[in-house]
Each structure stands twice: as structure tokens, then as C-alpha cells.
Design a protein around this ligand. Structure first.
Ligand SMILES: CC(C)(COP(=O)(O)OP(=O)(O)OC[C@H]1O[C@@H](n2cnc3c(N)ncnc32)[C@H](O)[C@@H]1OP(=O)(O)O)[C@@H](O)C(=O)NCCC(=O)NCCS
Length: 179
């Protein structure tokens, strides 16, 4: 009798989906956030961030952790006005990429932006498939002079990426809860 036919046999183990709890970053995460973010800066995929910058914007960072507590993914918000905010510092450790961590982080950043009342979220990223899948529309960095003005030292690579790979999402107010 095969195991499948044996009623006493243990049921096959279900493969649980990866647990991806998104958490607000804490001060102890700062070195790991800086290291993961800056890993991709030489390729122009992220802007170089300093520990001082991350510390000053810690409330804007969210992280996903490995079972040992280390940071495997992160995302942050960088606001320009009460209505416009950019999704920045999206980064997933190379060994954890391609398993949906980035998607969970984009959703978490969007949720935080909605909670904070922004009406528009944009991002500059080569991960076109990811952002389109998450409901973003193609846009252009030219639409956001606020960004170009803030980062006068914006890297040439980011500027050229931004001309072709800029994605935006209008955030409508969530439906009012029924009372
Ligand atoms: C972009 C990034 C955060 C995605 O994380 P992830 O955990 O691999 O994302 P997911 O598994 O949820 O989704 C992967 C999708 O991202 C896309 N993607 C990831 N990196 C990409 C890149 N460099 N160029 C183009 N697409 C990319 C893939 O097309 C993939 O889509 P697919 O599954 O349809 O093929 C990760 O690749 C990363 O850290 N990249 C370096 C930093 C960076 O580019 N950050 C974006 C700044 S806004």
C-alpha cells in the first residue's frame, strides 16, 4: 500500500508561502539599510544614502527580515509636498530576489503613502514589470521637477533611467468605513 493510500500516514506537508511581515525600521537597522541600499548605488539603481540620512528618515523606512532578524528587503518614502511622494530605497538582498519580496515592499510603501494621505506616488526603477504589475502607470521624471530640483547632484545614470523608467500611481482615498 502506498503512503497515499495509508490512512494512518501523515498528510503531505504543505509548502507554506514565505512569511513576509513588513515592519517599520528601527534604529538598529540603520547600518543594514545603508549597506543594502548602497549595494545598488554604483549601478544608479538607488541613490547613495548615509547613516545620517536614514536616521533622519527612519519613520519612512519599512523592512522585511530574514528568520535571523537581518534585513533582506527595504523600502522608503521621500516626500515632496503634502500630495506627492516618491518610493525610494527599494532594495532586496540579491539572494532573496525573485520571490515576491519586492512586490510586498511596493505594496507596503503604497499602503503607508495612502495612510499618510498622499494623492500621488512615483518611483524611478528599471523593474518595469514589477511596477506595472502593481498598478503603476508609465510616467517620466520630467513630470517631477521637484525631484530634479531637490537632487541637483542627481546622478546622470538616474536621470537617464528616469527619462525612460518612471512609474506613477494615483492614490485615491480609501472607501469610508461604514458605521
Ligand atoms: C527591484 C527589486 C527590489 C525587486 O525585488 P524582488 O524581490 O526581486 O521583486 P519580486 O520578486 O517581487 O519581483 C521581481 C520582478 O522585478 C523585476 N526586476 C527586478 N530587478 C529588475 C531589474 N534590474 N531590471 C528589470 N526588472 C527587474 C523583474 O522583472 C521581476 O518581474 P517578473 O517576475 O515579472 O520577471 C530587486 O531586484 C532589487 O533590489 N534591485 C536592485 C535595486 C533596485 O533596482 N531598486 C529599485 C529602486 S526604486
Amino acid at each position: 500500500m502506498s503512503a497515499a493510500e495509508d490512512p494512518a500516514a501523515a498528510p503531505p506537508a504543505l509548502v507554506a508561502p514565505p512569511v513576509m511581515a513588513v515592519e517599520p525600521a528601527v534604529p538598529a537597522d540603520i547600518p543594514a539599510i545603508v549597506a543594502l541600499n548602497n549595494l545598488f548605488a554604483p549601478d544608479g539603481l538607488t541613490l547613495t544614502r548615509t547613516p545620517a540620512f536614514v536616521a533622519g528618515h527612519l519613520a519612512d523606512y519599512q523592512v522585511i527580515r530574514a528568520p535571523d532578524g537581518s534585513v533582506t528587503g527595504q523600502v522608503a518614502l521621500d516626500d515632496y509636498s503634502p500630495s506627492l511622494v516618491e518610493l525610494v530605497s527599494l532594495a532586496v538582498a540579491p539572494e532573496a530576489q525573485g520571490r515576491g519580496v519586492g512586490q510586498v515592499l511596493v505594496a507596503a510603501a503604497e499602503a503607508l503613502a495612502r495612510r499618510r494621505g498622499y494623492s500621488e506616488l512615483f518611483a524611478i526603477s528599471l523593474a518595469e514589470a514589477l511596477f506595472l504589475r502593481m498598478g503603476f502607470q508609465e510616467s517620466s521624471i520630467a513630470v517631477y521637477p521637484e525631484k530634479i530640483a531637490r537632487y541637483r547632484g542627481i546622478s546622470r545614470s538616474e536621470l537617464s533611467i528616469g527619462r525612460k523608467f518612471c512609474f506613477a500611481k494615483r492614490l485615491t482615498a480609501p472607501a469610508a468605513a461604514a458605521h
